[in-house]
Design a protein around this ligand. Structure first.
Ligand code: 5GP
Ligand code: ZN
Length: 114
């Protein structure tokens, strides 16, 4: 049985605020928003982390990056700007082992991050 929390969100076993969905990917609001807009974009395929990406996944990843600007526009942050983040592994701050891209915006984001 798949215990992955993001797979459960994909399968609608756990509710989420979905902002975009198609056959390959899902985007939904982060439950603990770190900015006025904080969306997670994930592939429907369970890929644990960036370290596990295979060449054959390149279509999924390029699709994710083609949809992110559209999601940003729909949420009104494409002109003001936004940040896309992937946390990989323990030191990278990854807490959910299903690859995901954070889309953060709606305020001035500091750089570098802590
Ligand atoms: P990470 O720390 O792995 O880069 O990011 C995981 C993100 O998933 C965190 O920002 C966390 O708030 C979010 N998250 C964890 N569990 C859930 C959940 O059940 N629903 C939603 N919408 N977000 C979640
Ligand atoms: Zn998963």
């Amino acid at each position: 049985m798949n215990e992955c929390i993001f797979c459960k969100i994909i399968n609608k076993e756990i509710p989420s605020e979905i902002v975009y969905e198609d056959e390959l990917i899902l985007a939904f609001n982060d439950i603990e928003a770190k900015a006025p807009t904080h969306i997670l974009v994930i592939p429907k395929k369970h890929i644990p982390s960036l370290n596990d990406l295979k060449e054959e996944d390149s279509k999924i990843i390029s699709h994710i990056f083609s949809i992110i600007p559209k999601v940003a526009e729909k949420n009104g942050i494409n002109k003001s700007g936004y940040r896309v983040v992937n946390n990989c592994g323990k030191d990278g701050g990854q807490t959910v082992d299903h690859i995901h891209f954070h889309v953060l915006g709606g305020r001035n984001l500091t750089w570098p991050p802590g």
